[in-house]
Design a protein around this ligand. Structure first.
Ligand SMILES: Cc1cc2nc3c(=O)[nH]c(=O)nc-3n(C[C@H](O)[C@H](O)[C@H](O)COP(=O)(O)OP(=O)(O)OC[C@H]3O[C@@H](n4cnc5c(N)ncnc54)[C@H](O)[C@@H]3O)c2cc1C
Length: 440
């Protein structure tokens, strides 16, 4: 299921209505490329495709309004990283592949920057840094290892010790931090609205409130939206956490719901009392980390709590997460214990068992491609993929040296189905328990 209601309205959405609402698809039609899903992955891909495909031959189909999915609900921190901890990637895949993988994610940040430069509105893009902050002394060694591995691979990162971290944050709470210096924050909902307007102005067709119910591979491939059919040379599904409902990657994508809170506007004197200078984006080192950043109007965006398996969400569980996020916010920033949380919302994303995306043709469905399963790194990787996918749609997946491991038709089995869901829920609960134990 997709749409605004079950997940709450994001603060971004409350601030700014959807741009130029588009009518649903009313009749069968043809396109050279049909993109299903108007989140960042779909919209940025459409934008990139306008360089090689006549805009009128590109059709974007969206179940709700552009940005309604995870993108317009995200925290808007665009930083590097993909596929899990870099030291583990080096051990598993070797330094050359690990370097290419991380390099692609760094390039994703640059791609997002370039994308925004192409638009008539800055989308609140701000140059900043990101700290991955050690929540316990035990996490210090792990972060140091990541920092050393990345430096060894030639990337610009730094490890900050406890004092340096406290200096940087103004809060003496963390035992050290890995610092990525090349990060941007954006207003992700605004980005979707501005991108949408810009695509419409270029002549790209966008159908909203059109739920795709299935796809059929072939030449041409077909998109089914109830009684309406779209025939296209290439169909690209950029539906991330909603893909299984279309009957694709049902056994390889786990759908996870995460939550975020947004406070009232913080008066400068109250922010000063927190000790935090408001710079940067921060994520702590637990599995279910807190992450936070300030918006340009000085609201604190603060996410966390355990991720919930989408199929096992109940109102009581959501209420418990909300309560926990508010509690954790007050622990990190005691001075903000009394501030109003004006918005609290959720979003759904897809993860794979190896924490790498899937970008490639869907098996058994000629002409149909999928790009998603970002496993926590959706914004930078969507931007990166948008710039590289158009060529692949023509040439097919590369092989050998040029290959990146997420260019693949499918990932390994992820625990889906009834038993799988129980297993995955147990796993998520175990990670949460381990976090709590480590931070006691
Ligand atoms: C609370 C939260 C905070 C996050 N913070 C960050 C962050 O700071 N940094 C970061 O990198 N990532 C973050 N993420 C993850 C990031 O938002 C996603 O990985 C990324 O936005 C995925 O983009 P997408 O375009 O692939 O998917 P989505 O944005 O989910 O877009 C998919 C679109 O497809 C549409 N759709 C679904 N089903 C159908 C259908 N059947 N027919 C037609 N259309 C359909 C949906 O309505 C949606 O608009 C966060 C996620 C959440 C939930």
């Amino acid at each position: 299921m997709t749409g605004v209601q079950p997940y709450g309205v994001s603060g971004w959405q409350r601030d700014l209505p959807p741009a130029s609402p588009q009518p649903p698809l009313g009749a069968d039609t043809d396109a050279q490329v049909a993109i299903v899903g108007a989140g960042l992955a779909g919209l940025a891909l459409a934008h990139a495709l306008t360089r090689s495909v006549p805009p009128g031959d590109i059709l974007v189909i969206e179940a709700g309004r552009a940005g309604d999915g995870a993108t317009g609900r995200s925290t808007g921190i665009v930083g590097p990283g993909v596929g899990g901890p870099i030291a583990a990637l080096v051990r598993k895949r070797g330094p050359a592949v690990a370097r290419r993988m991380f390099g692609a994610s760094v390039e994703g940040v640059a791609a997002l920057r370039r994308l925004v430069k192409d638009l008539p509105d800055g989308c609140e893009l701000s140059e900043t840094y990101q700290l991955v902050a050690a929540q316990t002394p035990g996490h210090v060694a792990r972060l140091r290892e990541q920092a050393e591995t990345l430096t060894g691979l030639g990337f610009d990162v730094r490890y900050l010790d406890r004092v340096q971290t406290a200096d940087r944050l103004g809060v003496d709470r963390y035992h050290g931090a890995l610092c990525y210096p090349d990060v941007v924050t954006i207003n992700p909902w605004r980005l979707c609205q501005v991108l949408k307007e810009s695509l419409l102005a270029a002549g790209v067709r966008i159908a909203e409130q059109t739920r795709v119910t299935g796809v059929r591979g072939g030449d041409p491939a077909q998109v089914l939206a109830g009684p309406v059919r779209v025939r296209a040379r290439r169909v690209v599904l950029t539906t991330d956490g909603f893909t299984r409902a279309i009957g694709v990657h049902q056994k390889t994508l786990a759908t996870i719901r995460t939550h975020v809170a947004r406070t009232e506007v913080l008066p400068p004197e109250l922010l000063a009392r927190t000790g935090w200078n408001g710079d940067g984006a921060v994520i702590d080192s637990r599995s279910f980390f807190n992450y936070f950043r300030l918006t340009p109007e000085r609201r604190l965006l603060f996410g966390g709590g355990p991720a919930l398996l989408e199929e096992r969400v109940t109102p009581a569980r959501v209420a418990a997460v909300r309560e926990r996020v508010a509690r954790e916010l007050a622990v990190v920033f005691p001075a903000l214990a009394g501030v109003a949380i004006e918005d609290f919302w959720a979003g759904v994303t897809a993860s794979t068992s190896d924490r790498m995306p899937i970008v490639g043709p869907v098996r058994g469905q000629p002409g149909v491609w999928f790009a998603g399963g970002w496993s926590g790194h959706g914004l930078a990787m969507s931007a990166y993929t948008a710039q590289t996918l158009p060529a692949l749609l023509d040439s097919g997946l590369p092989g050998g040296e040029a290959d990146l491991p997420w260019l693949r038709p499918a990932a390994g089995w992820a625990p889906t189905g009834r038993m799988g869901r129980l297993l995955l829920s147990g796993y998520l609960a175990g990670l949460d328990a381990a976090d709590r134990l480590a931070t006691r």
